[in-house]
Design a protein around this ligand. Structure first.
Ligand code: BG6
Ligand code: MG
Length: 223
C-alpha cells in the first residue's frame, strides 16, 4: 500500500528534525548483497562456513571487524598479515561487483525519500562505515543528492560507536538531536542512539526495539 513519507515517519514533517543521515549499504542501495557475495566467495575459498545469518551480523561493521566475525567459524587461525590479505581479497571481489552496478541498484523508494527530504527543507547526509562509499555514489550518480558525506575514511571507530553519525552532523553544522538516522543494521541503530539521534529502522533492523520508526519494506511504500 502506498504511504506518504510523513505517514512512515511523522518526525520528518513535525519540525523536530532538520536532517536525515542515511546509511548507504542496504538502506539506499543493494550493495549489502555485494558485501555478502564477496565475503561468501572468500569464505568458500578458505573453507570457512558462512551464510546469510552470519552476514546479518556484519551489517554496519567495518571490514576488519567483519572478518573477525567470519573467522569465528574458521577451522584454522590466521596471522595478522594473513588477515589483512583476506580482507584485501574480499575488497577486490567487492570492487569487481560494485564496478558493474547500474541505477537499478538504488533501492525502491530511496530516490523518492531523498527528494521528499530536500523539498521539505531537510538536509541529507550519508553516514556509512564503508570506505567504498564515494566510489558507489559516483558510479550511481548520487553524490549531488547529499549535503554531507561521512564514511569509513573519516572515522577510527565504526558502528556501534557513534563516530560516523557525529561526523555527519558536524559536517552538516547541526546538533545531533536534530538529525534522524536511517539504518538497516543493529550496529547502526546502537550507533545512532549513542549519538543522541532518533532512528528510522529499515528492512532487517525494523524489528529492533530501539528503533523510533520501523519500515520493514524500506522506502518502497513511497512509490
Ligand atoms: C558497511 C557495511 O556499510 O560498510 C558492512 O554494512 C561493511 O557490511 C562496511 O563491512 C565496511 O565496508 P568497506 O566497503 O569499507 O569494506
Ligand atoms: Mg547498512
Amino acid at each position: 500500500m502506498k504511504q506518504t513519507a510523513s505517514e512512515l515517519c511523522p518526525a520528518l514533517t513535525d519540525g523536530t528534525a532538520k536532517a536525515v543521515i542515511f546509511d548507504l549499504d542496504g538502506v539506499l542501495v543493494t550493495t549489502d548483497n555485494c558485501h555478502f557475495l564477496a565475503w561468501n566467495r572468500m569464505a568458500q575459498e578458505e573453507g570457512i562456513p558462512f551464510d546469510r545469518k552470519i552476514n546479518d551480523r556484519l551489517r554496519g561493521v567495518s571490514r576488519m571487524e567483519s572478518l573477525e566475525i567470519i573467522l569465528e567459524k574458521s577451522p584454522r587461525t590466521y596471522t595478522e598479515e594473513e588477515k589483512l590479505a583476506l580482507a584485501e581479497r574480499k575488497n577486490n571481489y567487492y570492487k569487481e561487483l560494485i564496478g558493474t552496478l547500474e541505477r537499478d541498484a538504488i533501492l525502491p523508494g530511496a530516490l523518492a525519500m531523498l527528494d521528499f527530504c530536500r523539498t521539505h527543507g531537510l538536509k541529507t547526509a550519508i553516514g556509512s562505515s564503508s570506505k567504498n562509499t564515494k566510489a558507489i555514489l559516483t558510479r550511481l550518480g548520487m553524490t549531488e543528492l547529499f549535503d554531507a558525506i561521512a564514511d569509513g575514511n573519516d572515522i577510527k571507530h565504526s558502528k556501534p560507536a557513534p563516530d560516523v553519525f557525529l561526523c555527519a552532523a558536524e559536517k552538516l553544522g547541526l546538533a545531533p538531536a536534530l538529525c534522524l538516522v536511517a539504518e538497516d543494521a543493529d550496529a547502526g541503530i546502537a550507533a545512532a542512539k549513542a549519538a543522541g539521534m532518533r532512528v528510522i529502522a529499515v528492512g532487517p533492523a525494523a524489528s529492533n526495539p530501539d528503533a523510533d520508526f520501523a519500515l520493514p519494506q524500506g522506502f518502497a511504500p513511497l512509490l
